[in-house]
Design a binder for this molecule. Structure first.
Ligand SMILES: [Zn+2]
Length: 125
């Protein structure tokens, strides 16, 4: 993580670092409580405005390497299987809940690995 001057939105710690940039937003992580946040924080109105069909097709899908006119998730399988692997240690019911799931791409891959469950995120409009 790089250095930054954003204070944690949860615990208030000033020991935070730039983690990555996504959709033109800088994402920071608190080194005290590990929460990930944007700085400056964007409003709920601005957040929901990002969930437009235009944004979905022109920013979201391309960020995953998906052509909105010919969508395929095949190239994401290895990535998501690697993210699923650590969850196997805690697998009891085979069900998971993906919070902040975006379009639910992770759950689609999880289902192909035998998981079931649901996802939750803002609705695309
Ligand atoms: Zn914190």
């Amino acid at each position: 993580m790089g250095a930054c001057h954003a204070s944690c939105t949860v615990c208030g710690s000033s020991v935070t670092g730039l983690l990555y940039e996504k959709f033109s937003l800088e994402m920071f992580q608190c080194r005290n409580c590990e929460v990930v946040f944007t700085s400056p924080m964007i409003s709920q109105t601005d957040t929901l405005a990002r969930y437009s069909q235009r944004w979905f097709e022109q920013e979201y899908l391309p960020s995953y390497g998906i052509d909105p006119h010919h969508p395929s998730l095949a190239h994401l399988t290895a990535r998501y299987q690697a993210e699923l692997a650590p969850l196997e240690l805690f697998r009891e019911t085979g069900r998971l809940l993906d919070v902040g799931a975006g379009a639910g791409l992770f759950l689609v891959s999880a289902r192909s690995a035998g998981w079931s469950g649901d996802y939750f995120d803002a609705e695309f409009r």
